[in-house]
Design a protein around this ligand. Structure first.
Ligand SMILES: [Zn+2]
Length: 358
């Protein structure tokens, strides 16, 4: 058995140098590995001085990645060294086994990177649950702290950058999001939407050739100041969005013209529409308009006779909101308009499914 032990390091702790496995115990549930460092000394974490003067030693039990369904229990014999540097404030320090341990960590490095990968894919709660499934107990906030501690990934400076705003706290706080348009990945978030912040960000990346932005003034100013070399273009989404809004406004503005055209066609329909449906399309039927006028007259007559709004609602089977809107309208025509605004319907409604599809 003794002769096979030297090969265990490569099997159990691959790619870790200066380590010696002292014993191995495999039971039904767990694999127990006792190991120690074989390095001559270690460097002080404060001053960097190498030391080989051993002060003491103790055991560490970092959690490791399970193997073959068994828990791996590491028993690491770790030495504490004297710092040789008299000016150093640290008198003694514990050695770290490169690739295996780090200060104050209860995990081996390979378990740490496994948990970080799980956290990147699933984040806190689901990440903790996944870790549980392979036998590692970790809280969701510990998963998040692990992600927080990861180094920022290196993002190459984009050539074409998209600038837009984003909102947090349900639209109360606005920031700026920057997207690499070629890779379609967000590259940075700025905490505000100031021209100066955008300009500063762009100025640090002189390789930017194109800035895609909407027409907001602060983005225009920021782009001109920070990337004078870049061409500024409106992105496709904002062009379509602006066109859509302009078309909506234009059609709404001319709805009187449409109202003249539509009733003729609708008159042919003998069956009157149910009132709720009709209420959404008041221009469709003169009969509906007449009913509104009659209702307006009734409500106002009752009001003048001293009836309360509540009582009118009960008598005419109208909701409180309807009574209020009829009572507040000086003349029936205001009501058409009011209802229109109230329900936020527009002459586009009938065509919206088609427009959405386009
Ligand atoms: Zn030191």
């Amino acid at each position: 058995m003794e002769e096979t032990l030297p090969r265990l390091e490569g099997l159990l702790l691959p790619s870790i140098t200066d380590v010696s496995v002292l014993s191995l115990d495999v039971s039904h549930e767990a694999i127990r590995i006792e190991a120690c460092s074989t390095a001559a000394g270690a460097a002080c974490p404060d001053c960097g001085s190498e030391s080989s003067r051993v002060h003491s030693s103790y055991l560490r039990f970092p959690a490791d990645v399970p193997s073959g369904g068994r828990q791996v229990l590491l028993h690491l014999r770790v030495r504490r060294f004297f710092c040789p540097q008299p000016s150093c404030e640290r008198l003694t320090f514990a050695e770290q086994m490169s690739g295996l341990t780090r200060r104050h960590s209860r995990w081996t490095e390979r378990l740490r990177s496994t948990l970080a990968a799980v956290g990147l894919a699933l984040v806190g709660r689901a990440g903790a649950r996944m870790a549980e499934a392979f036998g590692v107990s970790i809280s969701r906030s510990a998963v998040l702290r692990l992600l927080d501690a990861l180094p920022e990934p290196e993002v190459p400076a984009p050539r074409v950058v998209g600038v837009d705003e984003y909102a947090t706290r349900t639209g109360r706080v606005y920031g700026t999001v920057l997207v690499d348009v070629e890779t379609r990945r967000p590259v940075d978030l700025l905490p505000d939407r100031q021209a100066s912040s955008l300009a500063a960000w762009l100025a640090k990346r002189p390789g930017i050739e194109v800035v895609c932005r909407d027409r907001a003034l602060f983005f225009a100013e920021g782009a001109s100041a920070g990337a004078p070399q870049a061409v500024q273009v409106a992105d496709r989404w904002h062009l379509w969005n602006n066109l859509g809004e302009a078309a909506d406004r234009a059609v709404a503005h001319h709805r009187q013209c449409l109202r003249v055209l539509v009733p003729d066609r609708e008159e042919k329909a003998e069956e009157p529409m149910p009132p709720e449906e009709n209420a959404n399309f008041p221009w469709r039927s003169d009969r509906f308009a007449n009913r509104i006028r009659a209702r307006h007259a009734t409500v106002h007559a009752l009001l003048e006779a001293g009836h309360s709004r509540r009582s009118i609602g009960r008598q005419l089977h109208m909701t409180h909101r309807t009574v209020k809107s009829v009572a507040d309208a000086a003349k029936p025509e205001d009501l058409f308009h009011g209802q229109w605004q109230h329900n936020r319907t527009s002459v586009l409604d009938e065509y919206k499914p088609y427009l959405d599809k386009r």
